[in-house]
Design a protein around this ligand. Structure first.
Ligand SMILES: [Mg+2]
Length: 248
């Protein structure tokens, strides 16, 4: 068997293991379409009530600040009226591509429900399934490093077209370890996984991330997937399939 020139792999998600369009073409529309039903079914859930309170405060803050037309969630609204006001605000926030805590928290709950129910399935490139199996058979650990939260990463890899991939992943890192464009983050990850940086290969579609990993001493590959943004000239090896990670 060919000796691979690395002892561990660290993988970005969007644009690397998963189409960059998954978030905008699948996840966001899913949350948008289901939010009314989700709120109606979960109005008594204390965590959902907390999210609605956050949403109400956010709407007030928005109206008083940069968004005078922000749809409000009246404090005295209850039942269907509350759901309707909240949905109007959430759709408005989604149209504006806001990333508020209230919105993210509710979206996260809707996605979690969808994954659990099997109505939401995460998209992973076919060559990634094969590579994860291959690495596992070689006892070579594969990790995820994504700006999405570790909880969201586990949901995604726990519910793919080929089922639960979590047994094939050795661990997860998000921006609580550090920003993805900082070399220190990659030094810290290497330390945490007990590897010398030069024994680790980091795969990403983002040039700044690849540069940061290379600055930390890691090997790098830039994933060229359909729909990824074009990159300026660079010195990183590229791949169009993870099959390339098994070539000598
Ligand atoms: Mg990416």
């Amino acid at each position: 068997m060919t000796q691979l020139p690395y002892r561990a792999v660290v993988l970005d998600i969007e644009g690397t293991t998963t189409p960059i369009t998954f978030v905008y073409d699948v996840l966001f529309p899913y949350a948008r379409e289901r939010v009314a039903e989700f709120l109606s079914n979960n109005l008594d859930n204390p965590e959902v009530q907390r999210d609605l309170e956050l949403l109400r405060e956010q709407a007030q803050e928005d109206a008083a600040g940069d968004f005078p037309n922000a749809p409000q969630v009246p404090a005295d609204a209850a039942g269907n009226a509350l759901v309707e006001a909240a949905v109007t605000n959430i759709h408005w926030q989604m149209d504006a591509d806001r990333k508020t805590t209230a919105l993210k928290s509710l979206q996260g709950k809707i996605w979690k429900d969808g994954y659990a129910a099997g109505t939401l399935v995460a998209s992973v490139y076919p060559d990634v399934f094969d590579a994860l199996e291959h690495w596992q058979s070689l006892e070579l650990p594969a990790y995820i490093y994504s700006s999405g939260s570790i909880a969201a990463q586990k949901l995604l890899f726990g519910h793919t077209e080929k089922g639960d991939l979590r047994p094939q992943l050795a661990g997860y890192f998000d921006t609580t370890t550090g920003p993805k464009k900082n070399a220190q983050s990659y030094l810290d990850i290497a330390h945490l996984i007990h590897q010398a940086p030069e024994d680790v290969v980091f795969v990403t579609d983002n040039l700044d991330e690849a540069n940061a990993a290379a600055d930390a001493g890691m090997q790098t590959r830039i994933a060229l997937r359909p729909g990824n943004a074009p990159l300026p000239e660079h010195d990183h090896p590229t791949l169009t399939s993870f099959d390339a990670l098994f070539e000598a």
